[in-house]
Structure formats: C-alpha cells, structure tokens
Design a protein around this ligand. Sequence first.
Ligand code: ADP
Length: 164
Amino acid sequence: MKIGLFPGSFDPFHNGHLEIVERASKLFDEVVVAAVRNPQKGTQLFDLEERQSLLVDVTAHLPSVRIVAMSTLTVYVARDVGANAIIRGLRAVSDFEAEMQMAQMNNHLSGVETIFIPTSAEWAFLASKLVREVWRFGGDVSAFVPEPVAKALAAKYEEEREEQ
Ligand code: ADP
C-alpha cells in the first residue's frame, strides 16, 4: 500500500491545498494530511485542533484521506504513518528554493522521498497568508476556501470584532 504524507500549516486550508489533496489521492492508496504547528509563521489564525477538525470536514468526500496534527519533525510523522513519500505543492519558482532545501534535508534525515505536484493555474496565486490578509480587513474570501473554512472564518471574524 502506497502512503503519501501531505504536511502543511493549512492556516487556513484553501482551494489550492484541496486540489493537491484530491490529485494526490489518485496517486496514493492513502493520503495522510498533517496539520503542522509552525512557530516560524508567527501568530496563528486557527489553533491546531481547529485546523484538524476543519481538515476532517473538507476532506470528508475523500475516503482514502486521513487527518493528523503534528508538532514535531515531518520525517518523524512520515516514519510513524509509514509514508512512502512526502507530498508538496509547487506554485512558482519562488517556492522552489525552500522546497528543494527541505526535501533534501528530509531525505538526508530519513531517506524519505518528496514528490512535488505542480499547482494548477487556477490556484497558483493562492496562499494562506494572502487569505488571512484579505480576511483580517473584512474581505470576502469565500471563493478561495472550501465552505466549512469560509464559515469558520466568518465566525472567527465576528468573534474578534465582539472582543474589540
Ligand atoms: P507550509 O507551512 O508547510 O508552507 P502551507 O500551508 O503554506 O504550509 O502549504 C502546505 C503545502 O501546500 C505546501 O506544499 C505548499 O507548497 C502547498 N501550497 C500552498 N499553496 C498552494 C496553492 N495555491 N496551490 C497548490 N499548493 C499549494
């Protein structure tokens, strides 16, 4: 059985991520999507538990997809879930350098391979950071994220406004 591990911050999970999960699920018998706590990315929008539960909702139509949360090295998670490869999406040349470095480091650490799936043109501009910026100023992000994420974002926006 071939298992692919798709790790990411997914804060929030958007349509570009979903497309990669859907395409990866055609290549692997099982795809494990891992929500990662990444302290380097600054303040988080959704905590890890919220992201995990949203991931479960948005991948409910994909029976071969499993969700986990992690705050450890990706290679340890790859080992624990028995992954044959780490899956990463590639948007543009700007992603390439960091992704290449990470893939080489992970291969040195554990021998695990990384498979890159190129983004479709439709979602190439999409990044979680951009969605967060539009959302923070009250912009409509519903075209860029799956419905459960759009609802969670709207609820969080109201919550934060009430706190102010
Ligand atoms: P990370 O913190 O690991 O960079 P992200 O949540 O930003 O996490 O991204 C997770 C994965 O999804 C990465 O492989 C990234 O390249 C990929 N990705 C991000 N945005 C897109 C997009 N618009 N289309 C396809 N893949 C994407």
